[in-house]
Design a protein around this ligand. Sequence first.
Ligand SMILES: [Cu+2]
Length: 277
Amino acid sequence: MGSRKSNAGSAAPAVLLAIVILLLVGSTLYFHIAKTWWFPPAITPVGHEIDQQFFLTLVVTGIVFVLAQLALAWMVFKYRDHGQKAHFTRGNHALEVIWTTATLVIFVGLGALATHAWGQVHFSGIEPNAVQVEVTGVQFTWTFRYPGPDGKFGKIVPADIDASVENPLGLDPNDPAGKDDIVVSDLYVPVDREIELMIRSQDVIHSFFVRELRIKQDSVPGLIIPIHFRVEKTGDYEITCNQLCGLGHYHMHAIMHVLSEADFDQWERKQEAQNAQ
Ligand SMILES: [Cu+2]
C-alpha cells in the first residue's frame, strides 16, 4: 500500500449536498403542514377515525424522517473529505438491534391501534334499519340495485344478463321478488342512516372507492362483500374503480348522491312509480 497523498478536497460538494438534503426536508415538511395536496374532508365517523390514525402514523414517521435526514446532512458535512484516511468498519450490532426493534415496535403498534377503525367497517354489526344496496362492477360501469318496496332482492340468472335489453344484472323475469327491484347507474343514499353495500363483480376484479368515505373495497367475481357506513353530510361524491380492470378502467366511475331523508324518500317513490309502469 502506497502512502496516500494528503490533498484535501474542496468542502463545496459536501456543503452543497447537506444544503440540498435540508431543502428537501424543509419542502417536504412545508407541503405536509400546509396540506397543499390533501384528502377531501371525511364524511363518516369511521372516516374521521381513519384520518386520526393516518395523522398519528404521519407524525411518528415524520419525526423519524426529519431526524434521520438531519443526521445525514450533518454526517455529510462533518465527515467530508479533509484529506484524511478513510477507515473500515463492520457496523455496530447493538445499534442495529436497537433500530430494528424500535421499527418493529412502532410498525406493529400503529397496526394494532388501527384495527379498531378497520374492524368498524368489516366486522361490526349492521343496524337493522340499514339501507341495503347491491353494487355490481362490470367492465366499465357500476350498477346499483335496491330491493324495492318488498325489501327483497330478486334472483339473478347469469344467462339473463343483457344490457341491450335493459337487464344488465340478469334479473330473473320469473321471480316476483325482482319485479320491484330498482336498478340505477348512480348510488343514492340518505344522510345520517346506516348504509350497507353488498359489493359484487360480473367479470374481473374491480374496486369500489369513494375518497370521502375513506373506504376502498375490491369487488371480486363469485363473492358478495358487505361494507357499511353512515354519511354525515349531504352532497355528491365520486365513486371510482380503484383496480386496473381493463382498457376502459379510467372512465369507470359513478356518483354517490347523499340526500336528506325526505329527498331520498321522494327519489325512492319516483323510482318505484317508474317500475310500476
Ligand atoms: Cu376498474
